[in-house]
Design a protein around this ligand. Structure first.
Ligand SMILES: Cc1cc2nc3c(=O)[nH]c(=O)nc-3n(C[C@H](O)[C@H](O)[C@H](O)COP(=O)(O)O)c2cc1C
Ligand code: SF4
Length: 485
């Protein structure tokens, strides 16, 4: 084979692109980004081939640096090897990029789950890279460099690898961050919270889940005096559940970072306080924020509500999976799939039933991968377009009756030992409803004004004793009770 033919063949097995980059001097420099294939040929062969291509590029005189990306992206599973998500190895291609640098003696850039400063430092100190790409790390905290320079490295908000950012853009959305509400919304929400120019207010936040912790952090940054009341002995709310899946344990970073920030800001968290109206009133607050979260709720069944257990029971370890299990998920998000993954991991026979066109449509393509992998490896049966109608007991078995939204006549039965349901959460609003008539604003908030950073609270009850931010879940706008407070 001629050199030219070999080159063409090699190029055909990978995707190439050349990226022009503007230098500070104004001169245009070029980088070559190569997606090195990982599934064709032997590892040694692939490495030799990659090294040969890299040397050729470096010697061409046409590029200033190599930007190494390893793998191929012909489907979602392969894409996650290139851009590893939560639960996958950290910096898996760093050594390979280092080999390219050593072989070519040419400047090398590289990004693939180098999420923390320590690993980035190691990459530079060990001569593996000339520049470290930290894409998602900067999405989670765009002030990484500033914090390093100012000696506040411990305040860096860590990327937890949830990859909500990429899953959103692959479905045509903006690159929002699960851990940083300001990312992608900079026009309306600042990354850096400024001190209030108004009066300092006394705030009680009820609930130390992610919302309560975030509210407390933002208000404390604004300079208010904040106290958090938490009913349990631990902060984190539903994140604690999410992190019980060993593959998603990094989610706890969302809680840990906020706890560490609250400690720095001097915000006390009172644990094991199941706050009632009296607990709030005796503190004489100016502002009360209810962030009491929700509890798992059952879907509406024709019969057998009392025979099912919730995905939360499984995830929390309160109920042990007992196969065969039928898991019915009409919420379509991580909670049901987390329960399914944990059930499958025990080896129990499992069928997932969903009324949707695919399992868990709320989860994007990259987060779909580890669930699909676990289900394929454990022979989990996935049944879509199907709704759980009722459950009845027969002997020591449960009979789940399944129907279809597409045909009134469709009805099939499954005999199982356990029916697990995931139907989202029901807000725990009792305290909010009790406090509503005692508040200035009767619990109403003008969210549009809030987003404009104007006063979101209107006086509706002059006899009220405090402003009340409701327990409320809004999908379109984040809840950031900083407004003009
Ligand atoms: C929100 C988002 C958008 C991205 N857009 C592109 C893109 O347009 N082209 C591209 O080659 N890579 C894109 N990437 C991939 C990154 O350049 C990078 O290779 C990848 O995120 C791995 O680096 P990280 O682990 O530091 O995030 C994107 C990544 C993210 C998170
Ligand atoms: S969404 Fe997750 S992966 Fe993306 S930047 Fe935020 S923390 Fe990191």
């Amino acid at each position: 084979m001629s050199m030219e033919a070999r080159w063409t063949t090699a190029c055909a097995s990978r995707t190439w692109f050349w990226t022009p980059c503007a230098r500070p001097s104004g001169r245009i420099s070029s980088s070559a980004s190569a997606w090195w294939p990982t599934s064709n040929g032997t590892s040694a062969f692939r490495r030799r081939r990659a090294s040969k291509i890299a040397k050729r590029l470096a010697g061409s005189g046409k590029v200033d640096f190599l930007n190494i990306i390893r793998g191929h992206i012909d489907h979602d599973a392969h894409l996650t090897n290139v851009i590893p998500i939560q639960g996958m190895a950290s910096s898996p291609h760093l050594d390979f990029a280092g080999e390219v640098r050593a072989t070519t003696k040419f400047p090398v850039f590289h990004a693939a789950r180098i999420a923390d400063v320590a690993t980035a430092r190691h990459a530079i100190a060990e001569g593996k890279l000339d520049m470290v790409g930290m894409t998602r790390a900067h999405i989670a905290d765009p002030h990484i460099v500033k914090k390093i320079i100012e000696g506040h490295e411990n305040q860096i908000r860590p990327c937890v690898g949830a990859t909500y950012c990429l899953d959103r853009i692959y479905e045509g959305g903006g690159a929002l961050c699960i851990h940083n509400a300001a990312t992608g919304r900079e026009a309306t929400i600042p990354h850096v919270i400024s001190k209030t120019t108004g009066p300092m207010r006394k705030v009680v936040v009820v609930g130390a889940g992610p919302a309560g912790l975030e509210v407390a952090r933002v208000l404390a940054e604004r300079g208010h005096s904040v106290e958090v009341l938490e009913a349990t002995g631990e902060a984190g709310g539903q994140i604690l559940l999410a992190a019980r899946n060993p593959r998603r344990k990094e989610m706890i970073g969302i809680v840990d970072w906020r706890l560490s920030e609250l400690e720095r800001l001097g915000v006390p968290i009172r644990y094991n306080v199941f706050a009632e109206a009296g607990d709030i009133l005796e503190r004489k607050p100016d502002l009360v924020v209810i962030a009491t979260g929700g509890i798992a709720q059952n879907p509406v069944l024709e019969a057998g509500d009392d025979l099912v257990v919730s995905s939360w029971d499984i995830i929390a370890g309160v109920i042990k999976p007992e196969g065969p299990v039928l898991l019915y998920d009409d919420n379509g998000a991580h909670t049901g799939m987390t329960a399914a993954e944990m059930i499958a991991a025990t080896g129990a026979e499992l069928e997932i039933v969903s009324p949707e066109r695919m399992f868990a449509p709320e989860i994007g393509g990259m987060n779909h991968v580890p669930y699909a992998k676990a289900f394929a490896e454990k022979n989990v049966r996935v049944t879509i377009n199907t709704r759980l109608k009722s459950v009845r007991r027969e002997g020591n078995q449960l009979v789940a009756v399944l129907g279809s939204d597409y045909s009134a006549n469709a009805s099939v039965e499954r005999r199982v030992a356990q029916v697990v349901v995931e139907h989202g959460t029901l807000p725990m609003a009792d305290l909010y409803l009790e406090l509503k008539p005692l508040s200035h604003n009767l619990g109403a908030v003008d969210y549009k004004a809030l987003i404009r950073q104007e006063n979101p609270i209107k006086m509706r009850n002059p006899d009220g004793e405090f402003d009340l931010f409701p327990h409320r879940r809004r999908r379109r706008q984040p809840q950031y009770p900083c407004g003009d407070l």
